[in-house]
Every structure is written in C-alpha cells, then in structure tokens.
Write a protein that binds this ligand. Structure first.
Ligand SMILES: [Mn+2]
Length: 454
C-alpha cells in the first residue's frame, strides 16, 4: 500500500477506511466469544474521565482508555461509552458537552461512523437511559479507577478473565493497527531528523525537544511518552526527565528516545549520535550492527528471552572489544558485568500503550510466564508470533550507581575503570527500532521510515 500522507496528520484516511472494517470484525468476533462464554449480555467500554487536581479545577492531561481506542480512533474524547451486545451493531454513546469553558468535541464524521449506532449526549446524567437496565448483565472495562457516577452501578469492573483474553489478543496486530503503527513511526522520524540536526548545530535539550514537537505536530501532552532528550552524561540516565534550557559548551553525545502517535498507536524510537567522528562514534556503529544482527535472528516460535540473552553475548563482545572490562564472554555474563552496562530489557510490545500489555501471558486464560531472576527488567518473554509488534533496543551505558554496585559485589576487578572514565562524559548508547514479525523475517517500521526520508 502506497502511503500518501497528509503532512499535518501523518495518516492516510483512504487507506485506513479500507482496512478498518476487518479490524472491527475481529473485535466483534472476539467479544461475541467472550459474551457467549460468560454470564454477561453486554460489554461496556468507557473512554475514560478527566481527572482534576484536588485543590483546584486544573485538569491532568487526558489519556483515553486503550481498550476503547482499540475500537475507535477517539483519543481526545472523555466520557464516551461503547455498548456491545453479541451480534448487534455496537452503540457509541458520544459525549458532546455543552460547556462555555471548553471547546466541545466535533460531531462524529469519519469512515468509522457508519459501523456504530451513535447516540449523542451532552451530560453524564443523560447516559444512564442508554445503558442496559440490568447491571448484572453487563461488564465494564476501564483503565482507571473511576467514580461511581460513570459506572452507572455496574459492579463487574474489568473482570480478570475478560481482561486476560483481551490482553492476550492485543499482542497480535490487525492490518489497521499495523498501518497506524507504521504511520506513527513515520511521524516520529520527522521529529528525529530535526532533532539530530539541531544537536549537530549545538542546540540545548529544551530547544531540541520543542523542535521535535513541532516537526511531529504533537503538543507535549499528545506524545505517547515524555521525550528523553539527553546530551552528554545525561544519556546514562535511562529515563532522563529534564530538558536543560542552556546550550552545552562541549556537546559530545546525544541520546533521543522519542515517539509519536497515530489514532492512539505509538512509536517508540531511540537514536544515539556523536558530535564528532571519534571512538564514541565507532561504539555507536558497533552497537548499531549488534542491534541489526539481533533483529535478523527474529523468527516465529523462538522466545523473546532468547534474543535478550543473545544481546548479552553480543554486548559482552563489545565490552571486550572496546576494553570496558576484562574477562571471557561467559564470565562477563555470569558475573553480571553485561547487566552493569546493559541493565534494561531488550524490548517490549508496542501498540496502544508504549509498553503494551501481555508480555508475560502464556495463554488467554491468564497463565503467566515466569520472570527471569537474572533479567528482572525484561518486559517481554513471549513466544514470537506473526504480526506481533515489539521494540528491539539494546543499550550500553556508564552508570555510576551500577558500577559502584559491582564494587560491592566484588566483580569490580573485571571493570576497566580508566576506559569507563572515557565513556562517562558520553553517557551511553541506545538504539531502538519498532519491529513487526512476518512469516519469514520482519518489517522494520523504524528503518523503513528513516529510509523513506533519505
Ligand atoms: Mn522502548
């Protein structure tokens, strides 16, 4: 499918219009099965409510319930309800507040509208008559604790057997979802290209962040997660949360972990750059090669932890090659030296949530896959299946806290403190792509999006 994108929206409505019905059919079939197998007649999915700070009427940014967005691309629509009964046209209770303080949402008018019976309400009080009268026949899906005024007396909130089925299913994507994720990657890449340029011109973290938002046409609250914009040693802080307002006198490295959204589906992309063509650039190049070698190993039916363990082997080789520590590959792994430099997981599912659900679900009945003791930060250990979408993000950092821990653990003799001191001003490296599993090999959403722009 050739994607002709509207520059402002980064989506191709014509294309989505064609593939949305099949996506909806899959959801209906899934919910028909859930309802048939249960004592419930109706599934009610709430889009979410706006929350306010306690002492003020200042609202927190709104995040729509992902279980709701999976049905409908309504990401800025609080207080909406989807009511589904087996075999029936789904009902959308569409909240269009009459309020002179805020701008009301537009009247719904897109490719998806004809698949729903739309009921417009202008207050929460108006919702109740449109919900099924017998609460016991309903279950209610929300991603948050919500006030009783929204649940309309329904007690069956997020029944665990239903959530397990939905979470398990959410891990393989439909064509519609893949297209949204593809578009999200393209949108994020627009920001990444500007950000790289800004860094090369000596801009501050804050300036880079603003340029990224502008290029992706996202306000800060619309981003799928807070941009990580880290210059120099800040790149060693995995979830660095600030934006330095001042320019750095001696820029040497730049780590950017930043995404974008399309219809609620997220991109999650990381790149690392050196200011000069030097040894740190060689380390980035070596890591880039490692990352792509790992991606080449992806195939159906292996488990994700196999890839993660392979990443540890490859990173052990990098540690040897660049002289950051001494010892055999086996001893660097068994003494957790690789964990010292690479303390996070190799990747996670991606979808309506940046760290999407179901990474440890063995089946739709909720059986859990055990977490690895040596790799507790790994967020995904499923068998790899077609049309799963996940990130591959190996990293290597000079983190004081972990280097000091190695001293306590007695493995610090293996570390080459002098070489680590060389790495420290650069912070570290992470390279992260968004990957879709195919029958054979993968589609790399991220590298495809970058390639389109060169
Ligand atoms: Mn990630």
């Amino acid at each position: 499918m050739i994607l002709r994108m509207n520059n402002k929206q980064f989506t191709n409505t014509k294309c989505l219009k064609k593939i949305y019905p099949a996506h909806l059919d899959r959801l209906k079939t899934e919910f028909d099965q859930i309802l048939d197998d249960s004592q419930y007649q109706y599934a009610i999915i709430f889009s979410g409510a706006i929350k306010h700070s306690k002492m003020d009427d200042n609202p927190y940014p709104f995040r729509a319930n992902p279980y709701f967005c999976r049905w409908l691309p309504l990401i800025q629509h609080p207080n909406c309800y989807l009511v589904y009964q087996s075999g029936k046209k789904p009902i959308l209770i569409y909240f269009q507040e009459k309020d002179f303080w805020h701008k009301s949402v537009e009247f719904p008018s897109s490719y998806w509208v004809k698949y729903f019976k739309v009921i417009i309400v202008s207050s929460i009080k108006e919702v109740s008559p449109h919900l099924p009268s017998n609460n016991k026949e309903c279950f209610f899906i929300t991603d948050d604790l919500v006030d009783e005024k929204y649940t309309n007396g329904i007690n069956n909130i997020n029944p665990i057997n239903v959530i397990n089925i939905l979470n398990y299913s959410r891990t393989t994507k439909t064509k519609y979802e893949i297209e949204c994720l593809r578009a999200a990657s393209k949108r994020a890449v627009s920001g990444h290209l500007i950000a790289k340029n800004k860094f090369k011109n000596g801009a501050s973290e804050f300036d880079i962040h603003l340029s990224y938002c502008k290029a992706t046409n996202h306000s800060e609250n619309e981003l799928p997660y807070k941009n990580i914009i880290a210059i120099n040693e800040n790149a060693s802080i995995l979830h660095y949360q600030h934006y330095m307002k001042n320019k750095t006198n001696n820029p040497s490295s730049f780590l950017i972990d930043a995404g974008a959204c399309v219809n609620g589906y997220a991109a999650d992309i990381t790149r690392t750059y050196a200011f000069k063509n030097n040894e740190f650039q060689s380390l980035i190049d070596a890591m880039d090669k490692v990352q792509q070698e790992i991606i080449n190993l992806i195939k159906i039916d292996i488990t994700f932890i196999e890839l993660h363990l392979n990443a540890h082997e490859k990173i052990a080789k990098l540690i040897q090659q660049f002289g950051l520590a001494n010892g055999s590959i086996e001893s660097l792994i068994s003494n957790k030296i690789t964990n010292t430099f690479f303390p996070h997981g190799l990747g996670h599912f991606l979808g309506l949530q940046v760290h999407d659900v179901g990474g440890f679900l063995e089946n739709s009945q909720g059986k859990k896959i055990q977490k690895s003791k040596q790799h507790p930060n790994l967020r995904l250990n499923r068998k790899i299946e077609k049309n799963q979408i996940f990130t591959i993000e190996p990293g290597l950092y000079a983190i004081d806290l972990l280097i000091n821990k190695a001293k306590i653990d007695g493995t610090s003799k293996m570390l080459n403190i002098e070489k680590i001191a060389w790495l420290k001003p650069y912070g570290g490296i992470r390279i992260e792509d968004n990957i879709r599993v195919l029958d054979e090999g993968v589609e790399n959403l991220t590298r495809d999006a970058f390639a389109e722009r060169y």
